[in-house]
Structures are given as structure tokens and as C-alpha cells.
Design a binder for this molecule. Sequence first.
Ligand code: FES
Length: 106
Amino acid sequence: MSTDVVLCKIAELPDGAVRHFEIMGYDLAAINVGGTFYGLDAMCTYKWANLAEGRVDKERMVLVCPACKGSWDIKTGQPVDRPAQFPLTTYAVSAVGDDLVLSFTY
Ligand code: FES
């Protein structure tokens, strides 16, 4: 099933930012790169770091783990730099009026 969830106002996720949201018990990260929005699982499967506390590398288009610097492709969720090993689920995030809306599939 899928449902659309309003995360926040667009202005609350500036360019280059990553922010944590909990939706139905799932930890998700929303990211803004140049006005395009992305959604990923926020919990690393290696040591359970909160990736929403990590860093957005806009040049490489990766989300960098705050604990050990592993990284994932922001668009695809695929691991890029070790020790990241397993892909993260991605979610569509879009601007609807002033709101940021994530399509949550479960
Ligand atoms: S703790 Fe998971 S990659 Fe760093």
C-alpha cells in the first residue's frame, strides 16, 4: 500500500539539508539538493547510525554516515563508500504547494 504524508513546509528543508522524520514507526530521511527532494531510509544497516544526522555531499550526490563515513547514492539508495553494504529504500518526495510530501510505501 502507499500513502502520501506531509513532512513539513518546503522552507524547513533548505538546499543541502537532510532531516529526520518518523512515519508509522519507520525512520526516514528527506534531503534537498538544489531544490530537488529525495527520501531514503534513515537507519544504516551496518551499525544503526541515524543517517539523517549525517552529511549531504552535493557534488557526489551521496548521504554520508555520521558514524563511519560510509555513504549511499541519494537518488538510488545504493551503497557507494564502505562500510555501507546494503541499499536503502528510496521514497518519492515532492513539493505540493508549500508542503513537502513523501509517498510512503509499506
Ligand atoms: S554506521 Fe553505518 S555506515 Fe556508518
